[in-house]
Structure formats: structure tokens, C-alpha cells
Write a new protein. Structure first.
Length: 328
């Protein structure tokens, strides 16, 4: 029997239906993923962050083929809806850029998060940069159909348990639904993308992606939204610093998607990239200007030496002719 320390509501309901029994997920032997009544759950002592599918236990459950839980809490953790209304959405949109700048000032982005800093992501994610920018343009136009197409093009891109493209596209829709929670168009996009993820990915990635687009994801992501809506800048930064360490780059990918979904842009990333391009151009110009006097001097010396040598040869030839003509 395993004792539960804390549990997400989705995991609690699944275990209640299965009478406390969970079976290791096929294909993920030795991992923390199990199924209960057909529902994916995460079981372990150290979760990356609280999630509706998480079951936090006193000891690790990795490697077990099946689990039996002694007793379940009466209620599990579920994210609270963020504050809604025009004022809240205005604050979210206004505060996300400042949060992005504050986070970049103290942490180096990973994965697709590099685009927020105006730098190309590490290979192979650099190949997805064009698709990420296309997604940002679709959100900037507020075009649900274009968002669906651009998001679908990102699914499956990247390595790891949850591909970077999935994390970014899912969080972008999470962010847009913060601003337009009652829009049926965005609900339809969420359901269609969740369906595409089930077709294109494995069980873990598809389940977490579906949670993300339905706004039932990691606690820090929800904490960021709540803090932005209430102008609580320290809390927003603290939550962002809890989000970004998740996975190899999943946290940064999700944060980047959140920025895209809310602002329709990569924050100051495009501006920073243009600034870096200008700085590189100026540096090259300065190097050329520093080298110019030396190059000119070398050319002058080379030219003078050539002219002197040529003059000497010509004078020598003229002298020979004179001697020949004067010979008896």
C-alpha cells in the first residue's frame, strides 16, 4: 500500500474509479507514468511541479509494475481559473512583456526560449524558428484558423518526452484563452489540436498537451496568469522561475508560448535580434576602418617599391643603350 502525500484532482478521480489500483504505462517501463481506469497519472516523490495528473508519494514508485493506494484524499489539487474581465485581461497583456524582460535578465533561456532573447535556438530547434514566428503572426492577427494551421505545423518538433513544439503551441493557446476565455473559436482550436496530438505523439505527450490547451496544466503556469492579472510582479517572476526549470527545455518552451499567445509576438525578441544585427554590422565596419590605414599603407609601400624597381630597371636599360651607342 502506498501513502499519498498530495494528489491532483484528475489523478484522484482516476484512482477512485480504479479502486486505488494503477498499472505501469506500457512502453515506459521504470518511469513514473501509470494508468488508472484508462487515465494517465504521474506517481513519485519529487514531481517537477504540481499538476492535475500528479500523485505525490512518500517514496518513489519508479520500476513498479503495479501500485495499490491505501487511501485517497477527499479532494485533489486543481488550478483555479485566473481573474477574468476586461481589467484582468488588460493587466495580463500589459504585464507579460515586463515579466519576460525581468526573467531574461536573470536566467538564460533554453530550447525555443532563445527566440525571446533574439538569438537562434540550438540545432535542431533552429529549424523551427520560422514556424514559431508564423504562429506569432497568426496570434497577432487573432485568426483562429491560421493559429490551428501554424500550431499543427509545430507538433512533434523537438526531442524529449514532450517535444518543444508541443509545449510552445499548447502554452500559446493557453495564453490566448486567458484573454478570450469565452470564445468558442478558441475552444474548437483546443479540441482539434488535442486530437492531432493524440494522432501524432505518444500517450504521455498527448495527454499533457491536451491538459495544456484545456488550461489544466502545471501549477506555476497558472500562478503566472493569476499574478499577471493582479499586478503582482514579484509573484509572477517567482512563478516563472518555477516553470522554466521543468524538463530539459519544456518550461522555457511553455513560457515562450505563453508570451506568444498573449502578445502575438516574441516579446522583445525581434527587436533584440535586429539590434544584434546592427551591432554586428557596426563591429564589422569598425574592424574595416581600423584595418584601412594599414591596408592603404601596405598598398602604398607595395606600389612605391614596384615603381622604384621599375625606374631602376628602366634607368639601367637606358644606360646600357647609351654605352652601346657610344662604343667605337
Amino acid at each position: 500500500m502506498i501513502r499519498v502525500v498530495r494528489i491532483g484532482e484528475r489523478a484522484r478521480q482516476a484512482l477512485a474509479r480504479s479502486r486505488g489500483e494503477a498499472i505501469a504505462l506500457a512502453g515506459f517501463a521504470g518511469g513514473p507514468y501509470f494508468t488508472a481506469a484508462g487515465e494517465l497519472i504521474w506517481v513519485g516523490a519529487r514531481p517537477p511541479a504540481m499538476h492535475p495528473r500528479a500523485v505525490i508519494t512518500e517514496d518513489s514508485a519508479a520500476g513498479a509494475a503495479a501500485l495499490r493506494f491505501a487511501e485517497l484524499p477527499a479532494q485533489g489539487w486543481m488550478p483555479r481559473p485566473p481573474p477574468s474581465g476586461r481589467l484582468a485581461t488588460t493587466r495580463i497583456a500589459a504585464n507579460i512583456r515586463a515579466l519576460c524582460r525581468a526573467l531574461l535578465a536573470i536566467d538564460k533561456p533554453r530550447g525555443l526560449g532563445a527566440l525571446l532573447a533574439g538569438t537562434p535556438p540550438v540545432f535542431p530547434l533552429d529549424l523551427a524558428a520560422t514556424r514559431v514566428r508564423a504562429l506569432a503572426r497568426a496570434y497577432r492577427r487573432d485568426d483562429a484558423q491560421d493559429v490551428l494551421s501554424a500550431s499543427t505545423a509545430l507538433l512533434g518538433i523537438g526531442t524529449g518526452l514532450t517535444p518543444s513544439g508541443d509545449d510552445l503551441a499548447g502554452a500559446a493557446l493557453f495564453g490566448r484563452r486567458l484573454l478570450a476565455s469565452r470564445s468558442g473559436a478558441w475552444h474548437d482550436v483546443a479540441e482539434r489540436l488535442a486530437h492531432e496530438a493524440r494522432l501524432r505523439s505518444h500517450a504521455v505527450s498527448a495527454a499533457l498537451f491536451g491538459d495544456l490547451v484545456r488550461r489544466e496544466s502545471f501549477a506555476p503556469l497558472h500562478a503566472i496568469a493569476a499574478a499577471l492579472a493582479t499586478d503582482d510582479h514579484p509573484a509572477a517572476l517567482a512563478a516563472a522561475r518555477e516553470l522554466t526549470p521543468i524538463g530539459h527545455s519544456s518550461g522555457w518552451d511553455m513560457f515562450t508560448g505563453l508570451v506568444i499567445g498573449i502578445t502575438g509576438s516574441l516579446g522583445d525578441g525581434a527587436k533584440l535580434a535586429a539590434q544584434r544585427g546592427r551591432e554586428r554590422h557596426e563591429q564589422q565596419g569598425r574592424r574595416r576602418r581600423r584595418k584601412a590605414p594599414a591596408i592603404a599603407q601596405a598598398k602604398e609601400l607595395r606600389g612605391g617599391r614596384y615603381s622604384g624597381e621599375r625606374r631602376a630597371r628602366l634607368a639601367h636599360r637606358r644606360g646600357q643603350r647609351r654605352r652601346l651607342t657610344r662604343a667605337p
